[in-house]
Design a protein around this ligand. Structure first.
Ligand code: G6P
Length: 608
């Protein structure tokens, strides 16, 4: 995730671009850059680090004069955060500048083609491919070149493009990455999100997939990918600046929950090519995959909970024995690691001190470590032998939602790949799983749409003293995450229990009206967990059940039921966790807690 801006008008562009970028820093902040046409050529300044580095370098924009320009704030996906990899990127002659938010999935193939035509690349980014590809197709007509590029690139993009031969125009285009344009008395704007333009205008146009915009200082035109002009209606934005930063959502956590369908798509779709899972960054041959004798998954917090799900999925699908450890335990328990052991560390931030120490420990024992990491260029990403990025974009709320969901997808892909290579699933099963995976984003949208019902239910529990979550197998792993979500943001005591363990302790805590949430998504364990529900019900518990569509018989036992759409039983966590995240969120909102910044917690725990 990155932020792009553009301006063309009567005022100096650079200060407006910097101001716009400052409102988009939540979308990425490892580097920033701007390009402005100065009357003769396009001048560019870009630098690694937060936006303030760029502000200082340009004296608040004063060193770049000109009234048309584009800018970018980066959240690295392809290539480490560095000056060179920062945007804007140019064609070789410096006459075409591009800023980009998204991922060009076929950039390697396009790069090879351009290299063979003599193009020279300066950065490791997928974006530079776009700049050279526009150059390749450009014959004096920007719109024609841009639409040709749109036919060639696969993946997601919002692009801002400036041509020095056409300095009275900026172009913008999108597919699957957000883009808006706005117009004020003074000029026209492009931006990844509304907050960047709110200071100048409240009338914005939301650009749809495969649409192109040509902006001039005093008007703009919209085109289809076939270069036909289209008409669009503007939308009046009445959110305040604070709400706008959260995309109109009340909290970042809710916004990030709503980003989960896109996050999931971004994590799997670049890795599924022609019906095959291709994890280039794995750095393992099929022979390496076949020779794994054991896997260790190590992480903290929610990333650990994703790891617990990963254990069930990897063992079930690929039949590789998996141990999951909390990183703070793993590093001191003298684990038995040998040549056939594969170590996987999972971390959103890539900076968690215990996870980093566990990684180093495993390497010291001679193991190769795969990092499943969200932040490109973070310590774990740098030190792991191989890195599989989750590409969830920056997560602002302390309580993770979308990064956890992306970690699950990475683990499913890894399990499917290993299962296929080791001959544990056949082609039909594999293809069906891929189809189920592709359906998840849409199914999550359906579950999110049900938020009103969950909010009403959550409101009843703002005064709860204890809440319990129970389940077996993967349902236990889901319960762990549901319980953590609830307690960290609502400060209500909560425990997750393996349903079969209930009568060995927890059941003595059940009182009249205690909420027990039972997760029953695994068909083979359904009856067993139902029996455990009956046990707590007879001690006064109020029962919430989260189960698969079709299990209406559960209504005989449960007091309240949430149904989950049908999917592969290994992928069900991705669906069942959604209402439970919403439940935690609405209990926290109902109690008036600081949802995004719960007390005593940090987003990134860099101390032991
Ligand atoms: C903190 C956060 C959690 C997160 C955990 C691990 O406790 O509050 O949301 O799951 O750290 O962080 P990581 O960045 O390594 O995934």
């Amino acid at each position: 995730m990155c932020g792009i801006v553009g301006y063309i008008g009567n005022s100096q562009a650079a200060p407006i671009l910097l101001d716009g970028l400052s409102k988009l820093e939540y979308r990425g902040y490892d580097s920033a850059g701007i390009a402005v046409y100065d009357g003769k050529e396009i001048k560019m300044v870009k630098a690694m680090g937060r936006l303030k580095v760029l502000e200082e370098l340009t004296h608040g924009g004063a060193t770049l004069s000109g009234t048309v320009g584009i800018g970018h704030t980066r959240w690295a996906t392809h290539g480490q955060p560095s000056d060179i990899n920062s945007h804007p990127h140019f064609n070789t002659s410096g006459t075409i500048a591009v800023v980009h938010n998204g991922i060009i999935e076929n950039y390697l193939a396009l790069k090879d083609k351009l290299l063979s035509k003599g193009y020279v690349f300066k950065s490791e980014t997928d974006t530079e491919v776009v700049a050279h590809l526009i150059d390749y197709y450009y014959r004096g007509n920007p719109l024609e070149a841009i639409t040709k590029v749109m036919h060639r690139v696969e993946g997601s993009y919002a692009l801002g493009i400036l041509f020095s031969e056409h300095p009275d125009q900026i172009f913008a285009v999108r597919k699957d990455s957000p883009l808006i344009v706005g117009k004020s008395e003074d000029g026209c704007f492009i931006a990844s999100d509304v907050p960047a333009v709110l200071k100048y205008t409240r009338d914005v146009y939301f650009i749809n997939n495969q649409e192109v915009v040509r902006l001039r200082a005093d008007h703009m035109h919209f085109y289809s990918v076939d270069e036909e002009e289209i008409q669009k209606e503007s939308v009046r934005i009445d959110w305040d600046a604070d709400a706008a930063e959260k995309g109109g959502y009340e909290h970042f956590m809710l916004k990030e929950m709503y980003e989960q369908p896109k996050t999931i798509r971004d994590t799997f779709s670049p890795r599924v090519k022609d019906g095959e899972i291709v994890i280039e960054e794995l750095g393992m041959t099929d022979e390496d995959i076949r020779s794994i004798t054991k896997m260790h998954i190590v992480a903290c917090g929610s990333a650990y909970h994703a790891g617990v799900v990963g254990k069930y999925v990897m063992e079930g699908m690929a039949r590789i024995p998996v141990e999951v450890d909390l990183a703070s335990e793993f590093r001191y328990r003298n684990p038995i690691l040998d040549k056939g052991s594969m170590v996987v560390v999972i971390s959103q931030s890539g900076e968690t001190a215990d996870t980093l120490a566990a990684l180093r420990q495993a390497q010291k024992e001679g193991c190769k470590v795969l990092g499943i990491v969200n932040v490109v260029g973070s310590s774990i990403a740098r030190e792991a032998d191989n890195v599989m990025y989750t590409w969830a974009g920056p997560e602002i709320a302390v309580a993770t939602t979308k990064a956890y969901s992306a970690q699950l997808i990475a683990l499913y892909l890894l399990s499917m790949k290993f299962a296929q290579v080791r001959g544990k699933i056949n082609q039909d099963q594999y293809s069906e799983m891929l189809r189920d995976l592709e359906k998840l984003p849409e199914q999550i949208e359906l579950l999110l749409a049900n938020k009103g019902r969950i909010q009403r239910f959550a409101n009843r529990y703002v005064g709860a003293k204890d809440i319990f979550f129970i389940g077996r197998g993967i349902d236990y792993a889901i319960s762990l995450e549901a319980s953590l979500k609830l307690k960290e943001i609502s400060y209500i005591h909560s425990e997750a229990y393996a349903a079969g363990e209930l009568k060995h302790g927890t059941i003595s805590l059940i009182e009249e009206g205690t909420l027990v949430a039972a997760v029953l998504t695994q068909e083979d364990l359904y009856k067993k967990t139902t029996s455990n529900m009956v046990e707590v019900k007879s001690r006064g518990a109020f029962l919430l059940a989260v189960t698969n569509e079709g299990h209406t018989d559960i209504e005989e036992t449960a007091d309240y039921v949430i149904y989950i759409p049908q999917t592969n039983p290994y992928f069900v966590t991705s669906l069942a966790v959604i209402p439970l995240q919403l439940f935690a969120y609405y209990v926290s909102v109902g109690k008036g807690c600081d949802v995004d910044k719960p007390r005593n917690l940090a987003k990134s725990v860099t101390v032991e």
